[in-house]
Design a protein around this ligand. Structure first.
Ligand code: 4NP
Length: 143
C-alpha cells in the first residue's frame, strides 16, 4: 500500500481538494491518500467553503469531518510520497524535515497551484488540481 500525502499552507483549500479529487479518481488502487498543512494556522478548522463548493459542484464525495492538521515528523516517516501544492510548500517541507526526507518530497505540478485563499478562484484551482491528480495517478501506477 503506497501512502500519499498532499500538503499546502493551511490544509483547508488546496491539499484537501487534491485529497478528495484523487480519492474520487482512484477506484481499487492500493493507495492511501491524506492531506496536511505546513502551518498550524488553521489547525482544527474545516475545509474552506470554496473547496466544499467545488466538491458539491463536481459531485465529489468528501469527509465533512476533515479538519486542518499540520504535518508531523511521524508523517514524514510514514508517507511514501509527500506532495507540496506550491514551491513554498515544498521548501517548507524540506526545511521542516531538515533534508531527511527530500527523496519523497515533490512539487504537485510545474509552477505550483496558486492559493485560492488569495486568488478567490476555486474553479481555476480545481482545473489545476484535477489535471495534476490525473498525472500523479498515472505516475503512481507506473512506479
Ligand atoms: P491552503 O490556503 O494553503 O490552500 O489551505 C490557505 C489557507 C489559510 C491560509 C493561507 C492559505 N491562512 O493564511 O490562514
Amino acid at each position: 500500500m503506497k501512502k500519499v500525502c498532499f500538503v499546502c499552507l493551511g490544509n483547508i483549500c488546496r491539499s484537501p481538494m487534491a485529497e478528495f479529487v484523487m480519492k474520487d479518481l482512484v477506484s481499487s488502487e492500493n493507495l492511501l491518500i491524506e492531506s496536511r498543512a505546513t502551518s498550524n494556522w488553521e489547525h482544527g478548522n474545516p475545509i474552506h467553503h470554496g473547496t466544499q463548493g467545488i466538491f458539491k459542484k463536481h459531485h465529489i464525495a468528501y469527509d465533512y469531518q476533515k479538519s486542518s492538521q499540520q504535518i508531523s515528523y511521524q508523517d514524514f516517516r510514514d508517507f511514501d510520497v509527500i506532495i507540496g501544492m506550491d514551491r513554498n510548500n515544498v521548501a517548507d517541507l524540506k526545511e521542516m524535515s531538515r533534508g531527511r526526507f527530500d527523496e519523497k518530497i515533490f512539487l504537485f505540478v510545474d509552477g505550483g497551484v496558486p492559493d485560492p485563499w488569495f486568488t478567490g478562484d476555486f474553479d481555476a484551482t480545481y482545473e489545476l488540481v484535477k489535471r495534476g491528480c490525473e498525472q500523479w495517478l498515472a505516475r503512481l501506477r507506473n512506479s
